[in-house]
Design a protein. Structure first.
Lengths: 348, 509
């Protein structure tokens, strides 16, 4: 993955064939670039991922600046006039005031609930919580998964057996089940605690993947070279093998974060997730699902935000996969291919 | 191989024991099982607490109480299962037997449909990489992947069930909808089928006109009130199936296979009249028996017409036979639709939003089949949407990776037809990673069914689990986990074996 070998003239290989053309297109694209630059270039070519990055950034900025943030007693205000926990007089029957033709936001663009809380503020607060849970879960699960996978893949033998059987035990219990059991106990302690708990059970898939990656990377020559040069295990693991496995880790931790946000909403829906007075997008939906026929906006907006966040993260993950994984390279278009064939034929 | 299986089996048993132990402890420590009694104001409070303590062995600490439970489970091997009692003193074994049926039914049907759909769509998108169809499916599968299942479920209830039931009370399609549907159908077919320029336009026009004709026919013949396929529809479908299956399975050049499947299709059409009108009192096993007999007859036809190439011909004929049986059964189920929808218990609103069956419904196998269908429709749709996305992505990626291998290039260079290259060389190898992913997924699907069941008011294992957890009562929770956990382990084991069976490299190491 670190270097792509130059094309070698093979005996019997037809000169100027399609394969050479494909290679020359690919080589021209990456000539003189570092690994990081290649990855960045490939990522920015993935239009879905790029748009998703912009949308996600917009959602994050919107959620954190509009209603401000609150940690316990410390609060900072935002530019939105209403807050998520204070009810105001109901206008317009609580219906959303947002209209596109002519465009106007109105006082309560997402509407109000039955006691008059502004749904925009509620949804923004829920988005904040869901994003925070997502980041914590992603960080913890990635850390544990990487460490366990790395150790068991690098040392093999007994260490590997013990760690992988432990992983098997956790993986046997469906995530939603163990999440519900733990959430019932710890959900009351607040959203961050719930996020930590979820992170502690979601690392299993990543650990298996990282282990597989380490098992194959540890046999490569550069690891032997490092060992001969006298590097200790810790240095080999973290400085030599881990950077080569970083693609798998980054891609899967993004996908894991998308899964985490859905699991959190599912748990909150069952009643084992985030507990009042905290809120999250899943909790808003589950509180309001009976009101669907009378106040559908209580249901639409939080759902749309969950989907938007999960969709963005999934697309970013897909873009990263394309960028890191040379096997899933993009097939050149017919036009580019014929041009390249022409060039190689001329030079040959 | 035998030592490999035995070693995996022993490891699986230990993993199972450890996982149940962990789960038991976590559940027992998740709260206070006596909480409701401690805060109660009943005069005999002390007595009640003692009674519950004795009932659930609460005087034994959880890490030892587990062994009381596992001893009861162990008795299953001598035929006397004892999974303990719930807080309300109901035996969990009986509750589990009632609950497991409906949940497993739901999960099995949803998984099978999702796997088949996911494979088909994944493979077709991989073969049409970077087409409009590919991009469309990719976007849709990402969207489905990002949907919270309960959110979808509420939408399905609102729009599919209530909306469709409203539509059924007066099934008239507005004239302006017909061209829209026709254009959509034309666009879909145009993006799926190969070709460029003129060919695309022809595909689009043919598909749009055909769809418009079918919709107008359905509208005029009041099809939605009296759905049917009819002998003409059955004949058309089966001949189409004979050609389609032969094309994929052996290629149309294999005339023997084509004629054998056409003969089977003819038998199916001939069986239409007796099957529709003389099966009113058919028991369930009779129906299954007819199905097995049909496939066997088709196998026989293929075998006798196969000449020196029996196996592929018999296989092709058997697949057509199965399709014939399915189409005939579908038509038979449709025959009772009107009776079902207008019966006293349904009252013209057939698509159900709650529960797993209409209580007190009487009627033949066919009526119960339709009842099952209307109740399974929404939860199955909800479950399929989510897992379908995963399978599509995986099978697409897997097939693409295989199609870029050198041996595919070799196969093409040998002059093999594209069908042989895709079906024989690529598809089989692409199945290897998919098989393992499907197996790993099963446990997760049952877990996801907890939420689906809750939304649709099923009294299945999800309810058992939730009630148990709400009362900090490990016995029902563990009964739930006993089923999901052992299924997960079983399928992991199967995945390992399938992997070893499909990929010789695994066996060597």
């Amino acid at each position: 993955m670190s270097t792509i070998p130059p094309p070698v003239e093979q005996p019997g290989h037809h000169e100027g064939g399609v394969t050479d053309a494909e290679n020359s297109i690919e080589l021209k694209e990456i000539a003189g670039l570092s690994q990081g630059q290649i990855v960045r270039k490939r990522f920015f070519r993935h239009r879905g991922a790029l748009i998703s990055m912009v949308v996600l950034a917009f959602i994050i900025v919107l959620a954190f600046t509009s209603v401000g943030v609150a940690f316990g007693s410390w609060k900072s205000g935002g530019w939105w006039p209403y807050t998520w926990n204070i009810a105001v007089a109901i206008e317009n029957g609580g219906r959303p005031t947002l209209s596109l033709f002519p465009f106007s936001i109105g006082n309560h663009p997402f509407g109000q609930d039955e006691i008059g809380r502004d749904i925009f503020a509620v949804v923004m607060r829920g988005t904040q919580q869901s994003l925070m849970i997502m980041v914590i879960v992603g960080a913890i699960a990635t850390f544990i998964g990487t460490v366990i996978g790395a150790i068991s893949g690098y040392y093999r033998g007994w260490t590997d057996s013990v760690l992988m059987r432990f992983t098997d035990i956790i993986i046997t219990i469906p995530v939603i089940v163990i999440g519900a059991v733990l959430g019932r106990r710890f959900g009351i302690s607040g959203a961050p605690v719930l996020a930590i708990i979820l992170g502690l059970v979601l690392w299993t898939g990543l650990a298996r993947l990282v282990r597989g990656e380490f098992l194959s990377l540890r046999e490569r020559e550069f690891v032997d070279a490092a060992r001969v040069a006298g590097a200790r295990d810790r240095r080999i693991i973290f400085r030599h093998i881990l950077p080569n496995a970083i693609g798998v880790i980054i891609v899967n931790s993004t996908l894991l974060m998308a899964a985490a946000i859905l699991i959190e909403t599912g748990l909150s829906f069952l009643g084992y997730g985030v507990q009042a007075p905290d809120t999250s997008l899943g909790k808003i939906i589950s509180e309001n699902q009976v009101a669907f026929s009378t106040r559908p906006w209580l249901f639409w907006w939080p759902g749309l935000f969950i989907i938007a966040i999960a969709l963005c993260i999934n697309f970013i993950g897909d873009g990263l996969r394309d960028a890191f994984d040379p096997r899933q390279r993009r097939m050149p278009t017919d036009k580019a291919l014929s041009r390249a064939t022409f060039v190689t034929e001329k030079s040959a | 191989m035998a030592t490999f299986i035995v070693r995996r089996l022993i490891a699986s048993i230990f993993i199972f024991l450890a996982a149940t132990y962990l789960m038991y402890i976590l559940t027992a420590l998740s709260g206070d099982p006596l909480e409701d009694l401690r805060t109660s104001t009943a005069p005999n409070k002390q007595q009640l607490i003692e009674a519950r303590t004795a009932l659930l062995h609460l005087d034994v600490p959880p890490y030892l109480r587990y062994f009381i439970w596992i001893a009861g489970v162990g008795k299953c091997f001598i035929g006397q299962c004892d999974l303990g009692v719930t807080v309300q003193n109901q035996p969990v074994t009986v509750l589990l037997a009632q609950a497991a049926g409906s949940t497993l039914q739901l999960v099995t049907i949803a998984s099978v449909i999702a796997i088949i759909l996911g494979l088909v769509v994944g493979i077709t998108t991989a073969l049409r990489q970077y087409s409009g169809y590919d991009y469309g499916v990719t976007f849709l599968s990402f969207l489905f992947f990002s949907l919270p299942i309960f959110w979808v479920a509420v939408l399905l209830k609102q729009f599919v069930a209530i909306g469709f039931n409203d539509f059924l009370s007066d099934p008239q399609i507005a004239p302006w909808i017909i061209p829209i549907l026709a254009v959509i159908s034309g666009l879909i077919w145009m993006s799926i089928l190969p070709g460029k320029g003129r060919r695309k336009l022809i595909t689009f026009a043919a598909a749009a006109l055909a769809s418009a004709a079918v919709i107008i026919y359905m509208d005029l013949s009041d099809w939605f009130s009296y759905p049917h396929i009819g002998i003409v529809g059955v004949a058309l479908t089966l001949v189409g199936a004979a050609f389609g299956v032969t094309t994929i399975s052996t290629g149309l050049k294999n005339r023997r296979a084509l004629y054998a499947s056409l003969v089977v299709a003819g038998i199916g059409v001939a069986a239409w009249y007796p099957f529709i009108y003389f099966t009113t009192g058919l028991p369930f096993w009779g129906w299954i028996g007819i199905g097995v007999a049909t496939v066997l007859v088709a196998l026989g036809v293929g075998w006798f017409m196969g000449g020196d190439d029996r196996r592929p011909v018999a296989r092709t004929a058997a697949i057509v036979g199965f399709i014939a049986f399915s189409v005939l059964s579908l038509d038979r189920f449709m025959q009772v639709w009107d009776d079902y929808a207008n019966s006293g218990r349904i009252k013209g609103r057939p698509i159900a939003t709650i529960g797993s069956g209409t209580p007190g419904l009487e009627g033949s196998l066919w009526v119960h089949g339709v009842d099952l269908f209307t109740h399974l429709l929404l939860p199955t749709l909800a479950l399929i949407l989510i897992s379908f996305a995963t399978y599509t992505r995986y099978s697409r990626a897997s097939l693409l990776e295989v199609m870029n291998q050198d041996y595919i290039r070799t196969a093409r260079a040998k002059g093999l037809t594209e069908r042989t290259v895709v079906v024989r060389h690529a598809f089989r190898n692409a199945l290897i990673p998919i098989a393992t992913i499907v197996a790993f997924d099963i446990g997760g699907i049952i877990g996801g069914a907890v939420i689906t069941e809750r939304v649709f008011g099923w009294t299945g294992m999800g309810a058992l689990f939730q009630n148990g957890l709400d009362h900090v009562d490990p016995n029902p929770v563990m009964a739930f986990f006993l089923v999901t956990g052992s299924l997960a382990i079983l399928f992991n084991l199967i995945a390992d074996l399938v992997y070893a069976g499909l990929d010789p490299r695994i066996r060597v190491s």
